[in-house]
Design a protein around this ligand. Structure first.
Ligand code: NDP
Length: 450
C-alpha cells in the first residue's frame, strides 16, 4: 500500500472534517489547530497513517443530544438542550466538564471535547476525552431554578455516565453548587453512592482539596516553568487576567502568592483595573458569593476603575492570562500586548487565543502556552479526586497542591521535549499537540480498529 505524504494525509482528513462538520466553526478551528502541527509526527510514525488514526480521532465515539424540560419560579415550563459528546476513550473513561451558557451548541462542545482528549493525555492520568453542557443560562436564576434544571439534566445524563465510563465535572456556569445538585439526583436515581461519577464535589462529601483552585494555580505553575526556561520568573511582573470566574480567580491568587501583581479581571460586560493588585477577598465576595457584576468591585475598591466593554489586553503588563472564554484574544489584541512588552501568554481558558494572535506571539518571540497544556491542572486534580474516591481516602491540602505542582512540571517537560524533538524548541503548541497525539495514537493502534 502506498501511503500519502504526511502533509497530504493531514489535508485529506481536514477536508473530510470540513465537509462532515460544515458550519461547526469552533470545532473546525480546534481540529485545524491540532492537525496543522502533526506532519512531523506522522513522518516519524507512518503506522499512524496506515492505522487510520487521524480519521478516527476527529470523529467522536458517541454523541447524545437531549431535551431538558424544567419549571421556573413562575411555574412556566422551560426547555433547554443538553449535549454530551464522548470523544475518545483509548486512554481511559471519558472525562471532561459540563458548560452551562447560552452560547453552548454542538460545535462548542465538540471543540472542547476534542481539546480534552489531548489535555487529558498530557496529564498521564489515564483518562479519555469528553465534554458536555447546555444552553441553559444560570445568570439571574434562583437557586431553586438552578436545582430543578440540574435535576432534569441529570435525569437524562444518568443513562450515559458512570465512574468507569464517563465522569463529568464543571466548566463555565457549572461550579460546586451545580455539581452538588447533579450528584444528588444521580444518587437518588441510581440508589448508589458512586462518588467517582462526578468531580468538583464539595470537599465534605468526596471532593478533592485544591480542585477548585487547580486550573488557575496550574496555569500559573506552567507559566513559572516556561519563564524559568527563559531565565525569568513571575516575581515583580504585572499580569493582566481576563475573566473573574473559577479559573481567573485562582490564577490571580497564585500570581500574587508567587510575588507577581495581577491588575485586571473582567466579565462579559467589562473589566476592572486595580494598579495596587487585585483584592482577592473582594473579588471572591463580589463574583463568587454575591454572583454580582465585576463593575461592583470598582465601586467598592478605592483606586481601581471599571471600563465598560473594551478589553483587558489594552492594559500594559509582562504576563497575560486569558481565563474567560474561546476566541477572546484576537490578532489586534496580540499586537497591542506585544507593543506593550508582554513576555508570556498562558491560556487558562480553552482556545481563548485566535490563530492569528498565536502566530503574532510566536513571531514576536513571546512565550505562548496553549490551554491544552497550561490549563490541564484542573482535570489532573479531578483524576486525583477519582483516585481518592476509589480508595475511600482523602489527601490534605499540601499533598494535593504538591501533586498538582508535580503534574504541571511534568506536563511542561513533556511539552517542551516534544517541541525539541519535532524541530521547534519552545513551540509549546507543536509540543503539546505532538506529545499528546503520540500517547493517544499509540493506545488506539494497540487496541485495534474500533
Ligand atoms: P466560570 O463560569 O467560573 O467563569 C467564566 C468567566 O468568563 C466569567 O467571568 C464570565 O463572565 C466570563 N465569560 C464567559 N463567557 C464570556 C464571554 N462570552 N465574554 C466575556 N467573558 C465571558 O468558568 P471557568 O472559570 O470555569 O472557565 C473559564 C474558562 O476556563 C473556560 O474556557 C473553560 O472551558 C476553561 N477551563 C475551565 C476549567 C475548570 O476547571 N473550571 C478547566 C480547564 C479549562 P460572566 O460572569 O459575565 O459570564
Amino acid at each position: 500500500m502506498t501511503l500519502p505524504t504526511p502533509e497530504a494525509h493531514v489535508r485529506d482528513v481536514t477536508e473530510v472534517v470540513e465537509r462532515r462538520s460544515a458550519g461547526e466553526s469552533e470545532f473546525l478551528q480546534a481540529v485545524r489547530e491540532v492537525l496543522d502541527t502533526l506532519a512531523p509526527v506522522l513522518a516519524e510514525h507512518p503506522e499512524f497513517i496506515e492505522g487510520g488514526i487521524l480519521e478516527r480521532l476527529v470523529e467522536p465515539e458517541r454523541q447524545y443530544i437531549f431535551r431538558v424540560p424544567w419549571t421556573d419560579d413562575q411555574n412556566r415550563v422551560q426547555v433547554n438542550r443538553g449535549i454530551r459528546v464522548q470523544f475518545n476513550s483509548a486512554l481511559g473513561p471519558y472525562k471532561g466538564g459540563l458548560r452551562f451558557h447560552p452560547s453552548v451548541n454542538l460545535s462548542v462542545i465538540k471543540f472542547l471535547g476534542f481539546e480534552q482528549i489531548f489535555k487529558n493525555a498530557l496529564t498521564s492520568q489515564r483518562i479519555g476525552g469528553g465534554k458536555g453542557g447546555s444552553d441553559f443560562d444560570p445568570t439571574g436564576k434562583s437557586d431553586a431554578e438552578v436545582m430543578r434544571f440540574c435535576q432534569s439534566f441529570m435525569t437524562e445524563l444518568v443513562h450515559h455516565i458512570g465512574e468507569h465510563t464517563d465522569i463529568p465535572a464543571g466548566d463555565i456556569g457549572v461550579g460546586a453548587r451545580e455539581i452538588g445538585f447533579m450528584f444528588g439526583q444521580y444518587r437518588r436515581i441510581t440508589q448508589r453512592y458512586e462518588a467517582g461519577v462526578l468531580t468538583g464535589k464539595g470537599v465534605g462529601w468526596g471532593g478533592a482539596e485544591v480542585r477548585t483552585e487547580a486550573t488557575g494555580y496550574g496555569a500559573v505553575f506552567f507559566a513559572e516553568e516556561m519563564l524559568a526556561r527563559a531565565s525569568q520568573g513571575i516575581e515583580g511582573y504585572r499580569a493582566v487576567v481576563s475573566g473573574s470566574g473559577n479559573v481567573a480567580t485562582y490564577a490571580i491568587e497564585k500570581v500574587e502568592q508567587l510575588g507577581g501583581k495581577a491588575i485586571t479581571a473582567s466579565d462579559s460586560s467589562g473589566y476592572i483595573v486595580d494598579e495596587a493588585g487585585i483584592d482577592l477577598d473582594l473579588l471572591k465576595q463580589v463574583k463568587g458569593v454575591e454572583r454580582a457584576r465585576i463593575s461592583e468591585y470598582a465601586e467598592r475598591r478605592p483606586g481601581s476603575h471599571y471600563v465598560a466593554g473594551g478589553s483587558v489586553w489594552d492594559v500594559p503588563a509582562e504576563l497575560a492570562f486569558p481565563c474567560a472564554t474561546q476566541n477572546e484574544l484576537t490578532g489586534a489584541h496580540a499586537r497591542t500586548l506585544i507593543s506593550n512588552g508582554v513576555r508570556a501568554v498562558t491560556e487558562g481558558a480553552n482556545m481563548p487565543t485566535t490563530p492569528d494572535a498565536v502566530e503574532a506571539f510566536q513571531g514576536a518571540g513571546v512565550l505562548f502556552a496553549p490551554g491544552k497544556a497550561a490549563n490541564a491542572g484542573g482535570v489532573a486534580t479531578s483524576a486525583l479526586e477519582m483516585s481518592q474516591n476509589a480508595a475511600r481516602s482523602r489527601w490534605d491540602r499540601d499533598k494535593s497542591e504538591s501533586r498538582l505542582h508535580g503534574i504541571m512540571r511534568d506536563v511542561h517537560e513533556a511539552t517542551y521535549d516534544a517541541s525539541e524533538r519535532y524541530g521547534k524548541p519552545g513551540d509549546y503548541v507543536l509540543g503539546a499537540n505532538s506529545a499528546a497525539f503520540v500517547r493517544v495514537a499509540q493506545a488506539m493502534l494497540e487496541q485495534g480498529v474500533i
